[in-house]
Design a protein. Structure first.
Length: 222
């Protein structure tokens, strides 16, 4: 559940990174080339698996609704029972006790995991444009999974970066902070976009047919 994607986009003079992973290993050590041009980090929402490495970046953009969570992270855990309790959802049967498949290095203590505070340098809102790449990334407010969830839309290429608003698998719309009515509105909004590729917060890249199926299935649900 915490194995999330980090999208790295090469700009003309500066790069953009979308989301920052869980943070159990330093990104500057694992992927140092990401930081060579002092990239802009854009956070799609502030759950632990998307902001764990945010503190390593000098420039961070996040929706204003969730800036406070970036500055003062809430409780987190890599213990399955504890984390599900924090999120407010039931633990599936036969779930492993730890959220980690393996520790990153000998001696790593998962019980000491926490999200380091990070300072947003830009607070985003619906309709903002981020022009770092040469072609604008449009900020689309997409609440539902969380109050300040955003998607990023490259209108020229018809690329959509969705964070946890959309991906293959069960969407989390009953966790603390989620809102199903907002989610339904968001899905209707995404269906209106011309999209050639969806870069989700988890799992593989998706095509326009998958976006349509996921959104329509959600809207037809209870």
């Amino acid at each position: 559940m915490l194995q999330s994607n980090i999208w790295w986009l090469h700009g003309q003079d500066r790069d953009v990174v979308i989301d920052a992973g869980l943070g159990i290993v330093p990104l500057r050590h694992e992927i140092p080339q990401v930081f060579e041009r002092d990239p802009l980090l854009i956070i799609t929402h502030t759950h632990l698996d998307h902001v764990g490495g945010a503190h390593e970046f000098n420039h961070i953009a996040v929706h204003g609704e969730e800036a406070h969570t970036l500055i003062t992270p809430g409780p987190v855990s890599l213990n399955t029972h504890t984390l599900y309790g924090i999120l407010g959802i039931d633990i599936p049967e036969n779930e492993e006790p730890s959220m980690l498949r393996r520790v990153p290095h000998p001696g790593y203590d998962p019980t000491q995991y926490q999200v380091a505070p990070a300072t947003p340098t830009r607070r985003l809102k619906d309709g903002d444009n981020i022009n770092t790449l040469g072609t604008p990334l449009e900020v689309i407010a997409t609440p539902g999974h969380s109050p300040g969830s955003i998607c990023l839309y490259d209108r020229q290429r018809q690329w959509l970066f969705t964070g946890d608003t959309m991906y293959e698998g069960q969407l989390l719309d009953t966790i603390h902070g989620a809102n199903q009515a907002d989610y339904r509105h968001t899905m209707g909004l995404l269906l209106k976009l011309d999209v050639s590729a969806v870069f989700a917060g988890h799992g593989p890249q998706l095509g326009p047919a998958s976006l349509k199926t996921i959104a329509e299935n959600y809207l037809s649900g209870p």
